[in-house]
Ligand binder design. Structure first.
Ligand SMILES: *Cc1c(COP(=O)(O)O)cnc(C)c1O
Length: 370
């Protein structure tokens, strides 16, 4: 089945008693045992599993072309369960522009437990250089935040295979409609479902999908069940509901982002635009090769520095000045002031999560303040 069909059907279980067409929300924390003590319904206790969580895991596994998924309460909890599943002393290779919440998690929580190198993933030599005996995992994020740099998933998968490393891709920025890392050779995919998968900026969640059942994956499942950072049934229901329209939402995000990127690129107040769908993007050829479409995220630099950037953000009426991404509404953000002093993000950069408003209104709003 194609992704539009999978998005609608692979996360919906028709209740055998009521025949409700839309799966109900199962709030019960515990499930009745049979006379011989078995769990005939397949569920025992809601931290271990829950029907709504199962549906969410099924649909995202299907969308990502994987075989099993583990859902979590946030994207960061999904990332953390990967790091917790590694043996202490393991070494991880991460991009130098990794999502700052996960970079800080490694630096502040896993310091002394794991070791890590943050390198530039646009240069594969840099990955080769830091591989050592303790290296167990490569973590990639593409397109990256906030400069929309790409990592070559197929090439990195090749390096990982050669050195017997686990290769995980954070696919949050792209969504499974725009990029399928497992088909390009990655072992696991991670999402913050808070973003495009839910798509309405009203749930936090995270998920991991695996291509194969391995001992490492079994360990991740132990972390999910015993670590217990699991999503609530209602949150799972909302994300599963959001996913039904994901393929159509992504078409709108991509079309609007492409048009907005073009508009910005031709505007005299703009110094540079970063969007993988522009032929001016330094990795546009790689984008065409590994992405199905170019996503809804872009960033741009303003002539006139930080002051002008803040003036633009404050003058906009349709774009909301807020962090996060992937919702139906357009968001704009001055990233430098969010990421803190150790960031490499330019001070005159604005990041945009392009929403589903009419493109003429979005361009009009920007035109006015630029
Ligand atoms: C938001 C985000 C995360 C973290 O997800 P939360 O749901 O906020 O915990 C991880 N990676 C990327 C790329 C993100 O955008």
């Amino acid at each position: 089945m194609k992704i539009e069909t999978l998005a609608i059907h692979s996360g919906n279980i028709i209740d055998s008693n009521t025949k409700a067409a839309i799966q109900p929300i199962t709030l019960s924390t515990t499930f009745e045992r049979g006379e011989n003590g078995d769990y005939s319904g397949g569920y025992m206790y809601s931290r271990s599993n829950n029907p709504n969580r199962k549906s969410l895991e099924n649909v995202v596994a299907a969308l990502e072309n994987g075989i099993e998924a583990c859902a979590f309460a946030t994207g960061n909890a999904a990332g953390m369960s990967v790091f917790q599943a590694l043996e202490p002393g393991s070494h991880i290779i991460c991009p130098d522009d990794m999502y700052h919440g996960l970079r800080n998690q490694l630096k502040l929580i896993f310091k002394g437990i794991l070791s890590f190198d943050f390198v530039d993933f646009t240069d594969l030599e840099q990955i080769f250089k830091v591989i050592k005996r303790e290296t167990k995992l490569i973590w990639a994020e593409t397109p990256s935040n906030p400069l929309l740099k790409l990592s070559d998933i197929a090439q990195i998968a090749h390096i990982a295979k050669e050195h017997q490393l686990i290769f995980v891709v954070d696919n949050t920025f792209a969504s499974p409609c725009c990029q399928q890392p497992l088909s390009l050779g990655a072992d696991m995919v991670m999402h913050s479902t808070t973003k495009y998968l839910n798509g309405h900026s009203d749930v936090t969640g995270g998920i991991l999908v695996t291509k194969e059942i391995t001992p490492f994956w079994e360990k991740v499942k132990l972390v999910q069940g015993y670590g217990g950072a699991v999503p609530a049934p209602f949150d799972c229901y909302l994300v599963t509901r959001g996913i039904k329209t994901l393929p159509y939402r992504m078409r709108g995000h991509v079309a609007n982002a492409q048009a907005l990127a073009k508009f910005l690129e031709n505007h005299e107040a703009v110094e540079a635009v970063f969007y993988p769908g522009l032929t001016s993007h330094p990795q546009h050829e790689l984008a065409k090769k590994q992405m199905l479409s170019f996503g809804g995220m872009l960033s741009f630099l303003l002539k006139g520095g930080e002051e002008k950037a803040k003036q633009v953000v404050n003058g906009l009426k349709i774009f909301t000045q807020a962090t996060s991404l992937g919702g139906v509404e357009s968001l704009i953000e001055h990233r430098y002031s969010v990421e803190g002093p150790d960031t490499k993000t330019p001070k005159n950069l604005l990041r945009v999560s392009v929403g589903l408003e009419h493109i003429d209104d979005l361009i009009g709003d920007l035109e006015r303040v630029l």
